[in-house]
Write a protein that binds this ligand. Structure first.
Ligand code: PHE
Length: 348
């Protein structure tokens, strides 16, 4: 029974080896010294060839037993170590629930987003679709197809940011008219609005090099200036209040004929005259008109069959009025102290 003695000794030694270890690395070293190359158990297996044939069976049983015992002990230790390490980690990461919590930051809706959403709701309720166009557009869509002949002042680099000879930062949302007509190929009725940023080489307290417009386009049979008037009157009253009056002045845009500029009752003084309206009682808010036959034709609509109207207000002014903003540049500088004010209930 020499072998069994040896077995007990091996297990005892293993137990004492395992007793004091604290890391998985130590366990790995011990494992290797029993089961690895040149390990105690491995060497016992190698002895098999020296065992006389009649004892081989018995020796085999002994080997299996010891391997099983060693493996079980090593596995048990591994589990014990895992648990110990996890406990240690959990203890170290203990959360002090008596500490005051961190205040979560609450976002607010940007004043321009509020205006855009309000206008979109209004026009969607009148059957319009909302579309968006790219801020980088072509000279073709922004000018040529809007009947702006070469050499027109609006093409002048003073006003428009050109990227190269064909591409530019759109100086108005009117290319949305071209894009919509071309995408719809002579289908009517067409009723769209297109809110978006536009860019011009301008920068002072009331002009920003980037601002927002809200293009509108309607095309169908028998659409007239009267429809444009009715739509814009409704738009002004809904956005600025029922008391708002609307005034149409003849104007010129190459893409509309006739064209007009539209004024509304000054939103600061209500029409009495103040510094904002330069004592006139009126504020100019948009350009509009009946779509020029050339514009319809160039984008695939038959001007003999269809007519339309278009309008394009700059909407930053509406936000400035509604939220008492005095410098248009505040709208675009993303100063958190400015933006936080719009979280207050009273702006809703
Ligand atoms: N695009 C013109 C501008 O930016 C406004 C406009 C739009 C005029 C549609 C007529 C029709 O000034």
């Amino acid at each position: 029974m020499e072998e069994y003695m040896e077995r007990e000794d091996i297990i005892k030694k293993l137990e004492s080896d395992l007793e004091s270890i604290k890391t998985k690395n130590d366990l790995q070293t011990i494992k290797a010294s029993y089961l690895g190359k040149n390990g105690i158990v491995t060497n016992l297996s190698l002895k098999m060839k020296e065992i006389p044939n009649e004892e081989k069976k018995e020796y085999g049983k002994f080997l299996n037993l010891i391997k099983e015992e060693v493996t079980t002990k090593l596995n048990d230790k591994e589990q014990e170590l895992d648990k110990m390490l996890l406990d240690m980690k959990l203890n170290n990461e203990k959360i002090d629930i008596t500490l005051p919590s961190r205040r979560s930051l609450k976002g607010s809706i940007h004043p321009m987003t509020r205006i855009v959403e309000e206008l979109e709701d209004l026009f969607v309720s009148m059957g319009y679709d909302v579309i968006s166009g790219p801020e980088i557009d072509t000279d073709m869509n922004s000018f040529t197809k809007l009947n702006l002949p070469e050499g027109h002042p609006a093409r002048d680099a003073q006003d428009t940011f050109y990227l190269d000879k064909d591409y530019l930062l759109r100086p108005h949302t009117s290319p949305a008219q071209v894009r919509t007509m071309e995408a719809n190929k002579d289908k009517t009725p067409l009723r769209i609005v297109c809110p978006g940023k536009v860019y011009r080489r301008d920068d002072d307290a009331t002009h920003s090099h980037q601002f927002m417009q809200f293009e509108g386009l309607v095309i169908g049979e028998d659409i007239s200036l009267a429809d444009l008037k009715g739509t814009l009157e409704l738009f002004a009253k809904k956005l600025l209040g029922e008391k708002t009056n609307v005034r149409f002045r003849p104007s010129y845009f190459p893409f509309t004929e006739p064209s007009c500029e539209v004024d509304v009752t000054c939103f600061k003084c209500g029409g009495k005259g103040c510094s904002l309206c330069k004592q006139t009682g009126w504020i100019e808010v948009l350009g509009a008109g009946v779509v020029h036959p050339n514009v319809l034709r160039m984008s695939g609509y038959d001007p003999e069959k269809y007519t339309g109207f278009a309008f394009g207000p700059g909407i930053d002014r509406f936000a400035m009025f509604k939220y008492g903003i005095t410098d248009i540049r505040q709208i675009y500088t993303n100063d958190i102290r400015f933006l936080e004010q719009f979280d207050r209930k009273d702006v809703d």
